[in-house]
Design a binder for this molecule. Structure first.
Ligand code: ADE
Length: 226
């Protein structure tokens, strides 16, 4: 897979995507990730990427030309162009799974008040939001989406099962059960007996009921009990 992140702050994405599992996935050749400086696609002396909003209002709007030039330069036949914006569709595990089957993803990252809407109309196939809050910049949001997508690529996770049994995979309606490791007792707190029992049926039932309990407590919306 090839991924391009177009941003005025490439360093925001380079850090998180160069470390740990994603960094190793890049080194192993499972994915090629490039953080591209939008200012490299400006043509004026000041490398200006923003301007005042038509109709007035606070803040600046990102100009269309650098985005059009960047996409023209990066686009391949199978490329999917995505804009990171709080106005986008909520990002979900199911979306990560769909994106992991694409050949080439191009992420456009906004800054300031927003991006000239002609970019969305002419270039963008999908607008994605990582949650109902506003970041200073879409680059961190793109890094979040790229992390969630790349870990699903074949060969990236050591233990393939860990992507299958986790929260939000499958029907996406249950959180995972709690996990424990050694020691069996710590500071007076014991690991639940059933996990030490070796009884796989009982362990499976315990995990289901604990997962459900956690979902009720933290995410009742997933159960339609919001
Ligand atoms: N840019 C600013 N806030 C964002 C969000 N919540 N999701 C995606 N892009 C953003």
């Amino acid at each position: 897979m090839r991924i391009d992140i177009v941003t005025i702050f490439p360093e925001i994405a380079e850090g998180p995507l160069g470390a740990s599992i994603i960094g190793r996935a890049v080194e192993a050749g499972h994915v090629q990730i490039r953080c591209v400086d939008l200012r490299d696609f400006t043509t004026d002396r000041h490398r200006q990427v923003d301007d005042l909003p038509y109709g007035g209002g606070p803040g600046m709007v990102m100009k269309p030309e650098p985005f059009f030039a960047a996409v023209a330069s990066l686009k391949t036949e199978g490329a999917k162009v995505i804009l990171m914006t709080p106005q986008g569709k909520p990002f979900r595990q199911s979306m990560a799974a769909e994106l992991s089957r694409e050949e080439h993803l191009i992420f456009l990252c906004g800054h300031y008040e927003g991006v000239d809407h002609r970019v969305v109309e002419a270039l963008v196939e999908e607008e994605i939001s990582i949650g109902d809050y506003v970041l200073t910049n879409g680059t961190l949001a793109a890094a979040v989406v790229v992390d969630a997508v790349v870990r699903l690529l074949p060969g990236v996770l050591g233990d393939e099962r860990s992507a299958e049994v986790e929260s939000f995979s499958g029907d996406g309606k249950r959180l995972e059960a709690p996990h424990y490791t050694r020691p069996a007792e710590y500071a007076g707190m014991a690991v639940p007996e059933v996990l030490l029992s070796g009884n796989h049926g009982a362990i499976e039932r315990w995990r289901e009921s604990e997962g459900l309990e956690r979902t009720r407590k933290n995410r009742p919306d997933l159960l339609g009990e919001g």
